[in-house]
Write a protein that binds this ligand. Structure first.
Ligand SMILES: [Zn+2]
Ligand SMILES: [Zn+2]
Length: 86
């Protein structure tokens, strides 16, 4: 008997709670993201690809109106990937 999918998802959810994994919502689908450092996502509006990109700013030194500290970043850039553009 293998590990049931429900067990896998429960373990993933626990890892998200522990901060070992984060989740990213893409086109209405929740995906698990094994990059738990704050980072941005880039997505292609033509083929739907999504990939990690470094944050274009230093989130720890950001001053955001109303936020005392910035602990997490949810940042997605949308456009056309090099594959679709060529
Ligand atoms: Zn594309
Ligand atoms: Zn990511």
């Amino acid at each position: 008997m293998g590990i049931g999918l429900a067990t896998v998802y429960r373990n993933l959810a626990l890892m998200v709670e522990d901060g070992m994994l984060s989740t990213v919502e893409h086109e209405g689908e929740l995906r698990y993201d094994c990059n738990n450092q704050p980072h941005a996502h880039a997505t292609c509006q033509s083929c739907g690809a999504i990939w990690d990109v470094p944050l274009p700013f230093d989130h720890e030194n950001l001053s955001v109106t109303g936020l005392h500290t910035v602990s997490n970043v949810d940042f997605t850039l949308q456009g056309q990937c090099t594959g679709c553009a060529s």
